[in-house]
Design a protein. Structure first.
Length: 175
């Protein structure tokens, strides 16, 4: 069942804090909130974009640095400062004429709960809260910000025969 679901995925949607980051936030003297992103997650994200997947970010968090990070990876669908993730999800479905069954979502905490009930393949990092783990078809053995995103993207691309890039660039990780 899980392998068949991976074969049908066309769209990858990720939360940020606790999924693409460890969930730790450093507050700077200027009041900006700083996050650390994993380079291996970045490589997988940009490869998924290059291979034609719809890659989307939906996060309650925001910041210019986050926007620039995702743009550098080639991601076009970046929704930051979102309070209603389900409404954004519905916009994405309509924009691309998608079936929810072809969408993978990775979340880690209660703000992800409602959207995860709607997608075809709900997933989470190993350190997600129990309610999210209970909803998830797949729980990565990796924690948020520590290659959980790479793990699930690699699984999707491998099963669809799209993982390997024979001509990778050293700049593909977006830095």
């Amino acid at each position: 069942m899980f392998l068949q679901q991976l074969r049908e995925i066309t769209t990858l949607i990720f939360d940020v804090d606790g999924v693409l980051t460890t969930g730790d936030v450093l507050a700077s003297n200027t009041g900006e909130f700083l996050r650390t992103f994993n380079i291996k997650d970045g490589y997988a994200l940009q490869l998924a974009v290059k291979k034609g997947y719809h890659v989307c970010i939906i996060s309650g968090g925001s910041g210019e640095a986050m926007q620039k990070r995702f743009e550098a990876l080639g991601i076009k669908n970046i929704y930051l400062g979102v309070s209603d993730k389900v409404a954004v999800f519905e916009q994405i479905l309509e924009k691309y004429q998608l079936s929810a069954s072809t969408v993978l979502y990775m979340g880690d905490d209660l703000p992800d709960y409602n959207i995860m009930k709607l997608v075809g393949l709900p997933t989470c990092p190993a350190d997600a809260v129990e309610e999210i783990k209970a909803l998830s078809t797949y729980i990565s053995p990796f924690t948020g910000g520590k290659t959980a995103v790479r793990d699930i993207i690699e699984k999707v691309l491998r099963i669809q025969g799209k993982w390997f890039d024979p001509n990778p660039s050293a700049s593909d990780s977006g830095v």
